[in-house]
Design a protein around this ligand. Sequence first.
Ligand SMILES: NC(=O)c1ccc[n+]([C@@H]2O[C@H](COP(=O)([O-])OP(=O)(O)OC[C@H]3O[C@@H](n4cnc5c(N)ncnc54)[C@H](O)[C@@H]3O)[C@@H](O)[C@H]2O)c1
Length: 264
Amino acid sequence: MRHVEVGGGVVVVTGAGSGIGRALCERLATASAAHIVAADRDAVAAEETAHLIGGDRISARHLDVRDEQEVRTVVEETRAHHGIVDLYCSNAGVISRGGVEVPDEVWQQEWEIHVLAHVYAARALLPAWLERGRGYLLGTISAAALVNEIDSAPYAATKSAGLSVLEWLSITYGDRGVRCSALCPQGVRTAMLTEDNFLAQGALSAEEVADAALAGIADERFLILPHPEVREYFRRRADDYDRWLRGMRRLRGRLAAGAAEETA
Ligand SMILES: NC(=O)c1ccc[n+]([C@@H]2O[C@H](COP(=O)([O-])OP(=O)(O)OC[C@H]3O[C@@H](n4cnc5c(N)ncnc54)[C@H](O)[C@@H]3O)[C@@H](O)[C@H]2O)c1
């Protein structure tokens, strides 16, 4: 038996006011989810998502995923009104640019949104999931967790840590019916991806990524790679780390030279 049937299931999506989160809500609605809670720290954007989809099987809610109490309240309220959350899409994210010089506040913010948010969700969801032996956590991570992110040290580091949390949850609770998936796209055409990012070229639409996510959930696959080439990059890293690092340095050099040419 599958651990979650999206059709007829109760779902929470964080970061649902935009991009991949909004597309996930749309696809989940099409797949006949029983109820979708579209949650975002931008409450107006969450309302827009609910309005766009329409009907009474979606509701919007303010949620800052950095606030554990608020995460717990969303999970409890959802259970009270619609039933135990079957699928929780921990999708909210932000990105900064820069390296180790980036101020601590920015590192801290990304740590809270990309790592602690999954921890808070797990704490709120696990008791009911373990009791009934079933539940599904989808984390929107990023290919940055597998092959780094040249433009942003905080993003690469916190996305890797977020992946690790999901792996740990899967190892620890997988035999008790808790399923986890890590959605790891490269570029996706959303507000987050600036046009000057080299990943913009091969970028997918948010809808394509949401489709890949739902297909991965149906297969109960841990690693969901909407860009299939990422599997090969990840394999190369594991095969020969030093060679992979040399290749990444060359890529970084080419990108820096291209940027210098553009501004010259
Ligand atoms: N766009 C890409 O190229 C790309 C690639 C790989 C992974 N991702 C990941 O996909 C996820 C969704 O990003 P997107 O591309 O749709 O970007 P987006 O900017 O369109 O959407 C992000 C949403 O998250 C919300 N959000 C941010 N901080 C929040 C918080 N503290 N609490 C609740 N909501 C918050 C924002 O209000 C926004 O609605 C992120 O986790 C991102 O890191 C994006």
